[in-house]
Design a protein around this ligand. Structure first.
Ligand code: ADP
Length: 343
């Protein structure tokens, strides 16, 4: 937003000093006139000290002035506060378009607009950089992974070499997961993701996700307690799969050996509700504020098994679908809830 200023406006201090001086002068003048008129027409019946009159008039005038100050000074500050909240939430495309009779406020507006413009362009540079680097890394990782897989199938590899190849594969898998998630995140952040909508069975998709993770929960002897209503959903099938894989994957990862992971899916008149409960340690208070941040890993004992992008990605996908996601502790373990609007 560009505004050409022809004349520099006066600041808040100037306005307030003028207002106070004028208010005092007007109060004294009005009080004198009223006192004179009352004495002239009512004579001795009216016997109020002029000081009280000045105070009375000043209070009435002050009331009017505070309404004016509220509208002219506090309302723009409140608007600015709302815009700042949006910036704090990561929306850098906010611009305040408001003129003010106070020069100071206009200066603040202009600086705010300049700041959000700068932040937005830095964000674009950053996401472009991340997406370019991720693309460049993806090709060599795929090549290393492919060759390692070829080697894995070779006869005559010593036990030691087989172990090396397995380690290469595990690590390339982690790296390519990181690169894929980073790319997906930057695509969602840039809003350059394809929002392909299709109708599919949500319970079927969640069942597929549970099956996909079977190796992990079977290895930990976790009991998967699943109760789901049959629900048809219209949305981006590929993206939604990331949400279930992450939430169920985390529940299995953080729940102890031999425990139960409870999965529920139901619909109400307006929404679809998915919950996954585990019996792990839960999330400590400090971590709760950050679990949906990029690259945040609260529980470092599982650092090897993730990259801290899963929940950030899940949150963006759910929000894109018009829903909400939250996590809270239970007496034992924690519950993640996804709510999706019915379309
Ligand atoms: P990752 O699991 O790859 O570390 P996520 O973004 O999926 O990354 O999760 C971020 C952090 O949130 C985890 O490192 C962990 O501290 C916390 N968290 C997520 N799910 C659970 C859970 N079911 N129980 C306890 N902590 C969890």
């Amino acid at each position: 937003m560009k505004r050409i200023k022809l004349k520099k406006k006066h600041g808040i201090t100037w306005h307030i000093s003028i207002i106070v001086t004028v208010e005092l002068a007007v109060s004294v003048a009005l009080a004198t006139i009223v006192s004179y008129l009352l004495e002239k027409y009512l004579g001795t019946i009216w016997n109020v000290s002029p000081v009280w009159l000045v105070i009375g008039v000043a209070v009435i005038l002050g009331g009017g002035i505070s309404i004016f100050v509220n509208r002219a000074l506090l309302a723009p500050i409140r608007d600015l506060g709302k815009a700042m909240k949006k910036v704090a939430g990561g929306d850098y495309n906010v611009q305040v378009e408001q003129t003010s009779r106070f020069g100071d406020i206009e200066d603040i507006y202009q600086s705010f607009n300049l700041m959000t413009k700068e932040l937005a362009s830095t964000e674009i540079l950053k996401t472009d950089f991340i997406s370019n680097v991720s693309h460049e890394i993806k090709t060599p990782i795929t090549a290393v992974e492919g060759y390692a897989m070829l080697l894995q199938g070779e006869d005559g590899l010593s036990e030691e070499h087989t172990e090396y190849v397995d380690k290469i594969l595990v690590n390339t898998k982690r790296l390519s997961e990181l690169v894929n998630n980073t790319l997906l995140l930057s695509k969602i952040d840039n809003q350059s993701i394809e929002t392909k909508q299709e109708t599919f069975s949500l319970d079927e998709q969640i069942r597929q996700s549970i099956l996909l993770l079977e190796l992990k929960w079977a290895e930990k002897e976790v009991d998967m307690d699943v109760e789901m209503q049959s629900i048809k959903y219209v949305g981006n099938k590929g993206l939604m799969m990331h949400v279930w894989n992450n939430l169920i994957g985390n529940a299995v990862k953080f729940t102890p050996h031999g425990s139960t992971v409870k999965i529920r899916l139901k619909e109400t008149l307006e929404e679809i509700i998915f919950t996954v409960d585990d019996e792990g340690k839960g999330i400590d208070e400090n971590a709760q504020k950050h679990i949906f941040d990029k690259f945040y890993q609260g529980d470092t004992s599982h650092k090897q098994e993730g990259n801290g992008l899963g929940l950030a990605l899940a949150k963006r996908i759910v929000i894109m679908a018009g829903g909400s996601i939250s996590g809270r502790n239970l007496p034992l373990g924690c519950r993640f809830t996804v709510t999706l609007p019915k379309v």
